[in-house]
Design a protein around this ligand. Structure first.
Ligand code: NOJ
Ligand code: CA
Length: 701
């Protein structure tokens, strides 16, 4: 029996294909609905390439595959296809938390084995074609001529057939907190050459390059998203752009020595993903990235719960009155017992599950840029933060506290202290932690997106699971669907979120881009819910959150996360209790999701049904342009009556001049209702839809 055979079994495919048949030079695969077709070929030089078509239009022109290795011959040519096996999978699975209760995993698979003739090495490439796109990965079976090896570069190409519009973020090995650019592919180089944003760039890639998820589209015709799935034990992939050939090539994040990946056979890469649709809504509706991840690796997941939370957080960014550090006398220290109790009280009264407290532990005086490895120990509170008292107080009020572990990039220190830190959390009633990786990774200078750190984030999630702790990571590598496998890794930041509204502001189209880019990988802790958007409310602050108040409500539906913050200060929610009702009502875990309409960077409207309830919620957002959203409630079950509570921007509202002008109305609706709702410039729309109880039925029962 071939060694690769046991590998296939180990991967748990639902069936083993019949023995590989000898293969011709080109192999074809079609998606279950027949709309996507893949051709894989091997030319005279033995170079492997693949090509993807959708409804007879080319998505990717023939694009080459392979690797450059360190100290040994490359895996680029001299290949000969030797085996092919095919498979079909069609099943349904349930995520622990998610956008929908049931997810269909339906694909046609082709596993190709290639032999490199000059040295007898074997490389497998596994392709899966779903109705919504392609996933493929390289697999390296155990073989004498390839045991331990070092990848210098992966050479996967994505050769585009059209000069699409691109929504892209420039390449950087350490941060994904960049703004997005929108250019045609033919204009990408010109835009890329403009200087990067010096404040936030950490390790910009020095050749024209972008990060994934990358959104490419020709409006009304073709929508393509390129990303990766199940990134583990491998560096994150950036994409280098070659204008002359209209080709992106994989550009892996290096380690401190400039190497890319260290592998031991048997091994495989993450999946390279290409989601394809002729409708924009098909991109955020895709579950391809999740489907390519392994099922949950935990048998008991009953302790993994959705979380709505507030936090001692935004006040640090905008008020100028409090901060993380205790300082000389603690007079500006935000995480003091009395202040935290105020937040706990607010959470208890308003049905909010938890309170995040940042700045509770010693170390913040030295945390940033001081190159000190041992800055945080994760167990020592500042003198005015009474751990016992707050534990008891929160418990009595039925509220959880969320732990904060800012590592300031000192990762060896964090790993050494992890067990102790998690034990401390459990002893004191915490079941969730927000981790942070601000700054350079010390002491070895690894990159945030390199193999070492990729493995670190997963290590933290697994270690946390041993303690039944949920993790929300900030500044980590962008997600690739691993929350399916490690469902306690409940959310990540990994893009610009609300914090940037206090650092110069996010453009009004930013959140209209996220569903097509960052959110393709997984849930985002965006921290929505800012009601006081004009920050000149705070003395000395001239900033502005570039949304209307209602758009902030809509984010709870348009930005998926089973962990959602109500990020503003409690006093602002008390000023607008009728609008805050939506934040209280909206769930964060869903039974069904329908993308009603969308256009990347312009608008998106999503309807979601709450898990274990018959209520629906709609969120719609627009960029800087006002619009009227047609919302057909055909997603409701026919024959049932509902009451819709509609939160609208006022006619004279706008993100920059009149953000807090809104109206709320209630109307009865059914599945045949068609709403036409106004969204102001930089505005939004939020609707809660609850079943009307039939009073006659009640009395007769
Ligand atoms: C950056 C995080 O994104 C933010 O949420 C946090 O407050 C600061 N780091 C401090 O840890
Ligand atoms: Ca951040």
């Amino acid at each position: 029996m071939y060694k690769w055979y046991s590998r296939v079994v180990a991967f748990g495919l639902c069936m083993i294909a019949p023995a590989f048949t000898s293969s011709a030079a080109a192999q074809q695969l079609t998606s279950p609905d027949g709309h996507l077709s893949l051709t894989v070929s091997c030319d005279k030089k033995g170079t492997i390439s693949y090509q993807l078509d959708y409804k007879q239009q080319p998505v990717l022109q023939p694009s080459r595959l392979g690797f450059v290795l360190k100290d040994t011959q490359p895996l680029l040519d001299n290949f000969e296809p030797v085996k092919v096996s095919r498979d079909t999978v069609n099943n349904v699975w349930q995520p622990v938390l998610g956008e929908q209760r049931n997810i269909r995993d339906h694909y046609h698979e082709m596993l190709l084995a290639f032999r490199q003739n000059r040295n007898g090495r074997t490389l497998y490439i596994r392709f899966r074609l779903f109705n919504d796109g392609l996933g493929f990965r390289y697999e390296f079976p155990v073989q004498d001529s390839l045991r331990f090896f070092i990848i210098r570069e992966e050479r996967t190409e994505f050769r585009l057939a059209e000069d699409h519009l691109a929504l892209w973020m420039r390449g950087d090995y350490d941060t994904n907190e960049y703004p997005y650019s929108r250019t045609r592919l033919s204009g990408l180089n010109r835009e890329w050459e403009k200087p990067p944003f010096p404040v936030h760039a950490q390790s910009p890639v020095k050749i024209p390059s972008v990060q994934t998820p990358l959104m490419l589209f020709s409006p009304g015709k073709l929508y393509i998203n390129i990303h990766e799935a199940a990134l583990y034990n491998y560096p994150a992939m950036q994409l280098a752009w070659h204008e002359s050939t209209k080709t992106f090539t994989s550009h892996l994040t290096p380690d401190a020595l400039g190497n890319k990946g260290y592998l031991e056979t048997p091994a495989h890469t993450p999946w390279r993903t290409v989601i394809v649709s002729d409708k924009a809504a098909g991109i955020p509706a895709s579950r391809l990235v999740l489907n390519l991840n392994e099922p949950s690796s935990y048998s008991d997941v009953s302790w993994i719960r959705p979380i709505k939370y507030i936090g001692v957080w935004w006040e640090y960014f905008v008020t100028g009155k409090s901060t993380w550090a205790y300082g000389k006398d603690g007079s500006q220290h935000g995480a003091n017992t009395a202040n935290v109790k105020r937040y706990i009280d607010f959470a208890a009264v308003n049905g909010i599950d938890a309170v995040l407290v940042e700045g509770w532990n010693t170390g913040w005086e030295d945390w940033f840029g001081n190159w000190k490895e041992d800055v945080f120990d994760f167990v020592t509170p500042y003198p005015d933060f009474n751990v016992d008292e707050l534990h008891g107080y929160a418990k009595e009020k039925g509220v959880k506290l969320i732990m904060h572990h800012e590592t300031s990039g000192s990762v060896s220190n964090y790993e050494r202290r992890l067990d102790t830190a998690f034990r401390f959390m459990k002893e004191n009633g915490y079941n969730a932690v927000k981790t942070g990786y601000v700054g350079k990774i010390i002491p070895r200078g690894e990159h945030h997106d390199g193999q070492t750190m990729v493995n670190h984030y997963v290590h933290v999630a697994k270690k946390a699971a041993e303690h039944r702790i949920m993790v929300n990571s900030h500044e980590a590598v962008r997600p690739t669907g691993l929350h399916r496998t490690y469902p306690n890794w409940i959310a990540q930041e990994s893009a610009r979120g609300t914090e940037f509204e206090s650092m110069g502001g996010l453009p009004p189209n930013h959140a209209c881009i996220l569903p097509f880019t960052r959110l393709i990988g997984g849930p985002m802790d965006y921290t929505p819910g800012i009601f006081q958007t004009d920050l000149s409310w705070y003395a000395g602050n001239r900033g502005r959150v570039n949304t209307t108040l209602v758009k902030q409500l809509a984010y709870y539906v348009t930005i998926y996360s089973p962990l959602q913050m109500a990020a503003d200060l409690p006093e602002h929610y008390n000023r607008f209790p009728d609008a805050f009702q939506f934040v209280k009502d909206v769930p964060v875990d869903w039974d069904t999701t329908c993308i009603l309409e969308a256009e990347p960077g312009e608008f998106i409207t999503i309807a979601r049904k709450a898990k274990d309830s018959n209520s629906w919620f709609v969120g719609s957002i627009t960029n800087e342009n006002a619009r009227t959203a047609p919302i057909h409630l055909g997603f409701l079950p026919a024959g049932s009556k509902y009451m819709a509570r509609i939160y609208n921007d006022a006619k004279n509202a706008s993100y920059d001049k009149n953000p807090q002008a809104y109206s709320i109305r209630e109307i009865p609706v059914t599945a045949s209702t068609l709403l036409q709702e106004y969204l102001a410039p930089g505005g939004g729309l939020a609707i809660s839809i609850t079943p009307i109880k039939d009073s006659r039925k009640k009395t007769t029962q």
